[in-house]
Design a protein around this ligand. Structure first.
Ligand code: GDP
Length: 373
């Protein structure tokens, strides 16, 4: 049952990703296998089911919730005769659609070419094997060689471009002086942009889709005469393509150089604990796990304790009706250190939230400007 729920949750997320990319999802298929089929990812019988459905409903694209090897991708394409997209490709596509600054566009383009390169190589070896490697030294080889060279040149160029922008950005970060830096981190769609809007009273793009935030926004915020910098970073996601972890390194620099992290959690999401773990894993990868962190449990207006786990809370009320003292008694508060429970949408508990942020920023601020004490 546990694994079935997990699978449903992963496919829910994939469907959400597909919707974000502009696709309409017609049907889901799932299969339990010890390990993926090396040639076709899913088993033969399941593939027949999918093929029949694709043909019957004139399906344009089949999406897989994992990264397919170049070989699998080709084999499946040959069997289903429609476009085959894997999770990595889908995520890259969404990032490409949403990149706004030239920096973000460069990052995504680089990641896309890195994804493409082994697939060009694969295409060649595939053809070679199929045709016995004889008589293929003609235009086919030249073409693929040319393609590969073009892609490699492009990758080199983009990497150079990134280096230049990286330098500029790090200088910009350096120029921000000794102001305390706070970074909003959290799983995608938890309400980071919304929170940024309400704290900084500026308009940041927020919508109910994954990855609405791609480019880092940095705002100067003042709470009680205390100025600090607040940055809103790219939404983290489970199974983030490795191409992206690398190319979004500088985006994550904002997190790495932050003095305080506000880890935002969508408490109304049934799998919010998995989300916290996914975010912590990335924080660990960029060596930012030990930073001072305030856990911000958001969307309490949409939270309803489930009958079986309401250790302290009343079932009939949504989270918006709990008092702060009641929240303090919950396991979320007990296990996650310094925590606060809010609704960015309805501004529930917003005064306490601002006060808390103020206190934490002030602690850091006074170590830098002791004469202000
Ligand atoms: P981000 O991806 O983390 O930046 O998330 P967004 O700020 O774009 O928000 C994602 C969705 O959650 C949007 O539809 C928001 O309106 C919604 N949202 C944000 N905060 C809250 C909240 O406190 N309660 C509820 N119910 N929805 C919220």
């Amino acid at each position: 049952k546990q694994t079935h729920e997990k699978m449903t949750e992963y496919l829910d997320e994939l469907e959400f990703l597909a919707y974000t990319a502009g696709a309409e999802v017609l049907k889901r298929f799932s299969q339990k296998l010890e390990r993926p089929n090396p040639k076709t990812f899913i088993g033969t019988g399941k593939m027949e089911d999918v093929a029949a459905y694709v043909e019957q409903h004139d399906v344009g694209t089949v999406i897989f919730d994992d990264e397919l090897t170049p070989g699998q991708q080709r084999n499946i394409e040959a069997l289903l005769k429609c476009k085959i997209v894997d999770r990595t490709y889908l995520i890259l596509d969404i990032f490409a659609q949403r990149a706004q600054t030239s920096y973000a566009r460069t990052q995504v383009e680089l990641a896309q070419y890195e994804y493409l390169l082994p697939r060009l190589v694969g295409l060649w070896t595939h053809l070679e094997r199929q045709r016995g490697g004889i008589g293929m030294r003609g235009p086919g080889e030249t073409e693929i060689e040319t393609d590969r060279r073009i892609v490699r040149d492009r990758i080199t160029l983009l990497k150079k471009k990134m280096k230049t922008i990286d330098k500029q950005m790090s200088t910009q970060r350096g120029n921000r002086g000794a102001l305390v830096r706070v970074a909003l981190v959290g799983y995608t769609n938890v309400g980071k942009s919304t929170l940024m809007n309400v704290i900084s009273k500026s308009k940041v793009f927020a919508e109910n889709k994954l990855f609405a935030t791609l480019d880092t926004t940095v705002r100067k915020v003042v709470i009680g005469n205390l100025p600090f910098l607040l940055s809103d970073t790219v939404g983290f996601i489970r199974k983030l393509p490795t191409q992206l972890v690398d190319s979004f390194k500088s985006t994550l620099d904002e997190v790495r150089e932050a003095d305080l992290l506000l880890h935002v959690v969508d408490i109304s999401h049934p799998q919010f604990e998995d989300h916290i773990n996914a975010v912590n894993k990335i924080l660990d990868e960029i060596k930012s796990m030990d930073k001072p962190t305030l856990m911000v449990f958001n969307k309490i207006d949409a939270y309803k304790a489930e009958a079986y786990d309401d250790d302290d809370l009343m079932v009939e009320r949504t989270g918006a009706h709990y008092s702060l003292d009641e929240w303090k008694e919950t396991w979320m508060s007990r296990t996650n250190g310094d925590a606060i429970f809010i609704s960015a949408l309805n501004k529930n508990n917003f005064d306490s939230f601002r006060k808390k942020v103020y206190e934490r920023v002030r602690e850091i601020h006074v170590t830098r400007f002791p004469y202000n004490e």
